[in-house]
Ligand binder design. Structure first.
Ligand code: 3PG
Ligand code: MG
Length: 391
């Protein structure tokens, strides 16, 4: 990646606008998962240590643009960040026409999606953001797939632009996995639908040696292999595509179908779990996890892998009786000597539930951005940094 990096610039006394992705879950005015805030801390601390005047900008949720709404306020994030930094982090509500901040201080700017024009990357808005700073630091990997005023437009116009340490770290880790993977290269893609992850499945089928699918995606592959999936979540109109992906010899990847599965009779926290061979699934069954034989087989594949990419659980792990497959794979990834990269909200929740954080080589803060990177797409927010570095 040929972009300038924050660590190469002298930030002292400069007004530094840092785009972070502080889009975290909030309930009752409190942050309920702070992984993204913690991931941004080293960047913020480094800028403060360099004596920069630090302005943090982020979105939270998807408010109606142009309509400030307390439900989407970054106040809980400011409070939480203040606790982590051990200093006050004032939230600036009206900031687009100027921000008061001194070198060595940090402020958080209120939800950028309250401003009309953010999402369509309005030029006037982007120029105003750029005018706030001497240096714009793009650090929001989780939002790097969006070409918006605070991720793209501002970087076109700011006096100086660079990638922050979090963004650089994400790109380095993901490039290490994707560009020159140690083989065998194994990907795990879970989730409910083939259709929403079709591009990433197609891209990975060309690159990886083994593609383990999970959740509703796996059910569609099970159905495509000719098995009854009963009441299981699957996409009947994706069977041909699943067959093509599974059978296409021009693709590199083997896509293993589970030998056994765990079924319930309904999607509920108290549904009874029954393990069955995949050919014994009946018309009233709902497949909600992979079975133990399959988990062992997949675990062996992961133990022998050189590189692992993980996005999405293989079962309904929110319900413990359908979480064993995901737990076993999480443990296998953690125990594997492979270079492993995980991303996506559900995946992070599974990593935390099963306590395997230390065993994963790199945990990405990206969901959509992670998938687009893996698909081989150029992330717009990175593209503009490269463009600026080249001129
Ligand atoms: C995310 O959580 O996926 C990012 O913060 C981007 O948010 P968005 O999908 O609302 O643009
Ligand atoms: Mg998203």
């Amino acid at each position: 990646m040929s972009v300038s990096r924050m660590t190469d610039l002298d930030l002292s006394g400069k007004r530094v606008l840092i785009r972070e992705d502080l889009n975290v879950p909030v309930a009752d005015g409190k942050v309920t998962s702070d992984a993204r805030i913690r991931a941004a801390l080293p960047t913020i601390e480094a800028a403060l240590q360099s004596n920069a005047a630090v302005m943090l900008v982020s979105h939270l949720g998807r408010p109606t643009e142009g309509e400030p709404d307390d439900k989407f306020s970054l106040q809980p994030v400011a409070d939480h960040l203040g606790n982590l930094l051990g200093r006050d982090v004032p939230l600036v509500r009206n900031w687009i026409d100027g921000v008061e901040v001194m070198p060595g201080e940090v402020v958080l700017l209120e939800n950028v999606r309250f401003l009309a024009g953010e999402k369509k990357c309005d030029e006037t808005l982007a120029r105003k953001m750029a005018a706030l700073c001497d240096i714009f630091v793009m650090d929001a990997f989780g939002t790097a797939h969006r070409a918006q005023a605070s991720t793209y437009g501002v970087a076109e116009h700011a006096p100086e632009v660079c990638a922050g340490p979090l963004l650089s770290g994400e790109l380095d880790a993901l490039s290490k996995a994707m560009d020159d993977p140690t083989r065998p290269f194994v990907a795990i893609v879970g989730g409910s639908k083939v259709s929403t992850k079709l591009h990433v499945l197609e891209a990975l089928a060309d690159i990886v040696d083994c593609l383990i699918v999970g959740g509703g995606i796996a059910n569609t592959f099970i159905a495509a292999a000719g098995h009854d999936v009963g009441k299981s979540l699957h996409e009947a109109d994706m069977l041909d595509i699943a067959r093509r992906l599974a059978g296409d010899s021009s693709d590199r990847a083997e896509i293993p179908v589970p030998d056994d599965v765990v079924v319930g009779d309904e999607f509920a926290a108290d549904a009874a779990a029954t393990t069955k061979a995949v050919e014994d699934v009946g018309s009233e069954d709902m497949i909600l996890d992979i079975g133990p034989l399959t988990a062992t087989r997949f675990g062996e594949i992961l133990a022998g892998a050189g590189t692992i990419i993980w996005n999405g659980p293989v079962g309904v792990f929110e319900f413990d009786q359908f979480g064993e497959g995901t737990r076993a794979l999480a443990a296998a990834i953690a125990a594997s000597p492979a270079f492993s990269v995980a991303g996506g909200g559900d995946t992070l929740a599974a990593i935390d539930k099963y306590g395997v954080r230390n065993g994963i080589s790199y945990i990405s803060t990206g969901g959509g951005a992670f998938l687009e990177f893996v698909e081989g797409k150029t992330l717009p927010a990175v593209e503009i940094l490269e463009k600026r570095a080249a001129t």
